[in-house]
Design a protein around this ligand. Structure first.
Ligand SMILES: [Zn+2]
Ligand SMILES: [Zn+2]
Length: 336
């Protein structure tokens, strides 16, 4: 089968399309013929070396496809099922896994292998795709929609009527974060550095759009919120300049939620601002199964419309380049 293999870290060109052996499903795994695989900041970080991953590796953890074979201990899925995956598996037995805290499981492991024609996935990380949801959109329900749902609901604890600022709003997380924030009853301010994305952002749930230009756009954020400091920032970028501006705009008792880091740079802050405003700086690490199910339901209902641009798997280098250059609106999706 064909797959995009990563041998070394670097620019988009380090992703090589190669003939690889067909994966074999373990006892609790299913073999999936991949229909689509989303490419996100995590894949970017693995490729560029911001994160450390063993290599060679086939990246891709946002998978949808059709089950073609099941392991001997798999009972809930059968060949022919359309399924989508979330980002990580856990042991399922430890005290954390049994108490809705599986992100703390010591055996938590990241799913990979989606940038290929076939992938073997743990049965515990997949769900059946509901009727009416297309496979390409379903591939990004967990990572792009579910992570934002976790950030807004679990980490930020957004309350109806609060104002949520979303940075990197035209990216794969941002455009879904906007829609989830609207669904939770928030007023939304999209922050983008791409003027050509402004109109589309309004279409996908931005009540206001602020262009990230210069050092003082925190004023524009406050102005866009009728002169009030917003309660929540969902930062999908994690760049020091973005943090400086958006953290400055954040109001008293605000919550600043990191959900992505695209650059290997540190942010700076004065502790006095944290204590003076009693703000919380937190994050959202992944998608738990309850968030995955809820995110998929939002997609099924049309509350959240998956926004993506598809590329053939063979064009993985070009797809990565366009993502790096922020040319893609929404998520980048590879189709074998
Ligand atoms: Zn992802
Ligand atoms: Zn566990």
């Amino acid at each position: 089968m064909k797959a995009a293999v990563l041998y070394e870290t670097g620019g988009p060109e380090v992703l090589k399309i190669e003939e690889m052996p067909m994966p074999r499903p373990g006892p609790t795994q299913v073999l999936v013929k991949v229909a689509a695989a989303g490419m996100c900041g995590h894949d970017h970080a693995d490729r560029t070396g911001i994160t450390r991953t063993e290599r060679p590796v086939i990246l891709g953890h946002e998978v949808s496809g059709v089950v073609v074979e099941v392991g001997e201990k798999v009972s809930h899925f059968q060949p022919g099922d359309s399924v989508a995956s979330k980002q990580f598996a856990s042991c399922g037995r430890c005290v954390y896994c049994r108490s809705m805290r599986d992100l703390q499981c010591s055996e938590r492991r990241f799913a990979r292998g989606g940038f290929a024609e076939y992938v073997a996935l743990d049965d515990q990380i997949i769900i059946k795709i509901p009727e009416g949801v297309d496979l390409e959109g379903a591939s990004i329900a967990a990572c792009a929609v579910g992570s934002c749902l976790r950030a807004l609901r679990q980490s930020a604890k957004v309350v109806h009527g609060e104002t949520v600022v979303i940075t990197g709003a035209g990216g794969g997380l941002g455009v879904h974060g906007l829609q989830v924030a609207k669904a939770l009853g928030a007023h939304t301010i999209a922050v983008t550095s791409s003027p050509h994305k402004v109109e589309a952002l309004r279409e996908y749930g931005a009540d206001q759009v602020v262009l990230a230009q210069g050092a003082d756009y925190w004023r524009d954020i406050v102005e866009a919120n009728n002169g009030e400091e917003p309660q929540v920032v969902i930062d999908t970028v994690g760049h020091p300049d973005v943090f400086t501006a958006c953290f400055r705009a954040l109001g008293r008792h605000g919550r600043y939620v990191f959900i992505g880091q695209v650059y290997r740079q540190k942010v700076e802050l004065y502790p006095a601002i944290v204590l003076g405003k009693e703000v919380v700086i937190t994050g959202s690490a992944a998608t738990r199964m309850n968030e995955f199910l809820d995110a998929m339901e939002m997609v099924r209902l049309g509350t959240v419309r998956p926004v993506f641009q598809s590329f053939p798997l063979a064009q993985v280098v070009e797809a990565s380049r366009q993502m790096d250059d922020r040319k893609v609106f929404g998520r980048t999706v590879l189709v074998p």
